[in-house]
Design a protein around this ligand. Sequence first.
Ligand code: DI6
Ligand code: FE
Length: 410
Amino acid sequence: MAGMDQKPSVQIWKNARLASFREADQGLGIVERGAVAARNGRIVFAGPQAELPAEAEAGAIITDCEGRWITPGLIDCHTHLVHAGTRANEFEMRLAGATYEEVARAGGGIVSSVKSLRAASEDELVAQTLPRLDALINEGVTTVEIKSGYGLDLENEAKSLRAARRLGAERAVTIRTTFLGAHALPPEAKGDKASYIAKVISEMLPAIAAENLADAVDGFCEGIAFSPGEIAQVFEAAKAHGLPVKLHADQLSNLHGAALAASFGALSVDHLEYTDEAGAAAMARAGSVAVMLPGAYYFIREKQKPPLEAFRKHGVKLAVATDSNPGTSPLTSVLLAMNMAATLFEMTVEECLAGTTREAARALGLLSETGTLEAGKWADLAIWDIESPAELVYRMGFNPLHARIWRGQS
Ligand code: DI6
Ligand code: FE
């Protein structure tokens, strides 16, 4: 009787307003009287309802959206969602006057999250991360990137990435994993960055690649982390394993990380507060997406804003993400990240919305699968109780999600 349980394979969402974010269209790609049809988890039609092929409706499950807006499912393209414990104590230290760098040098910072993560089992990591993932999912997020970087040895980096992969089995969401071994120096390295980087390259990366635990490789290029030369070695190794790269660059100072990442054809370069125009031009040539992380800028009260004008002038694509992490951005709201990008970085509504859909998909190398409402892509949709798309950026701490569809399933 298996056949009786099978759902009709065509689903249609009618009577909707669409913001398709199709690149071929202007602006948000708005269709006022629109419909989306999906079969077997993929969009087969997205456009004016009047053009919906009549034969598609026979036997289909039809949902009347009653004039609600449909956008592509949101994408959080930069998170450190898998971590253990919190750093609320450091937050209190900083409120009492300590800077992020002072906290890090005092043995706090990333290293304190490393201790917590190493003490947690894979099951505990999954359990601690699920509420954060659910917070994103409840806002219409259908794809989440998750980095390692709090393990800093093979066992614990692999544990983090396995936990991240498991989250994708526990929930109806696409997870992309990133190996961030070059995030910080573990305490046992006793200041020897060269030996640690050698270990990342010769021990950790090969094992992680062999187990197919990572979809990309990231690094933290900063005075308190790793130098451009050290990051270049990691990127060479990533390339040798056929893995794309991305970089935390120019967040606290300008080490020309953006240009370095671009020279390796990075999928994205992230943070970028101190990037100069040459860096922006190099990113444009390489097609690397600039990922704006206003949650970290806000939370550590940075003063320097990323050079949005230079990015626009050179045609760099802009994404927006939460950077969800326990130290500098304990944020699990893509909607609030968009509001911050608009308010703090003066990004437009269109930039913010494209930055959490189409451009976030591009930043993950997933633009052919998701990020816009177009035939052939996964049926990843967010259906909203709003009057206009600007409301998604405008409101603070309010969630107007009506329904979320991941690969055709609600
Ligand atoms: N930049 C960040 O903002 C986070 N990592 C990074 O490379 C901070 C991570 C932390 O402080 O735990
Ligand atoms: Fe980050």
